[in-house]
Write a protein that binds this ligand. Structure first.
Ligand code: ZN
Length: 203
């Protein structure tokens, strides 16, 4: 399986990092070795002094597909999940400055936290999914899928022009505003609506 992540998909987040607003989706990948499952501890790696959380809605692909049109994209997933796209912001800043790929700052071990999934029938309108991240009990990010610059089906259409989507692939759909650093002993809890999707400690 592969993990595809969308960058800069929420206006306020693109602005908080002083990025340009994209005119087409920006994507990058993480390897399967970056997955962190089952609410395991996240260990801050030694190579960064600025690891940021980014809470994101996640699409799990359930059919093989290539060049999928947006109007058929809903047939390629039936669950929506929540996770964290951990980012070594200090490294990412250096890479962006040099015009280099972001992988070193995004694809490291445990950088893709994967929580639970909810069947899309239970979620109702996929254009109105509320989600949030709490750090040590305090809400630090609050998002709604209606604020995505590129909606899920548009993302699938775009990515699948370049990359064949396979069963089990994950698409992290971008983070809303409010990203920030983690430190040892922080507790991160993610919610879709009122339902808790992950709960883990930073070590
Ligand atoms: Zn992200």
């Amino acid at each position: 399986m592969k993990i595809i992540c969308i960058g800069r998909n929420y206006l306020k987040h693109a602005r908080e990092l002083e990025h340009d607003i994209p005119t087409e989706p920006v994507f990058f990948m993480k390897p399967d070795s970056s997955l962190l499952l089952d609410n395991r501890h996240f260990y801050i790696p030694g190579f960064s002094n600025e690891i940021h959380y980014e809470v994101e809605l996640i699409i799990k692909i359930n059919r093989l597909g290539k060049s999928i049109e947006a109007r058929y994209a809903h047939r390629y997933y039936d669950e929506i999940g929540l996770g964290v796209d951990f980012t070594a912001r200090d490294l990412q800043r250096q890479l962006i400055e040099k015009g280099l790929p972001w992988e070193k700052s995004k694809a490291f071990d445990s950088a893709a936290v994967l929580g639970g999934f909810i069947p899309k029938e239970e979620l109702g309108d996929l254009g109105q999914i509320d989600f949030s991240l709490r750090k040590n009990g305090e809400v630090v990010q609050n998002g709604n899928s209606r604020d995505m610059i590129f909606a899920v089906d548009t993302i699938i259409e775009y990515i699948s022009q370049f990359v064949t989507l396979k069963i089990g692939d994950l698409i992290y759909t971008g983070t809303p505003a409010g990203v920030g650093p983690v430190k040892i002993n922080d507790q991160l809890e993610g919610f879709i609506g009122e339902k808790k999707m992950f709960d883990f400690l930073v070590k």
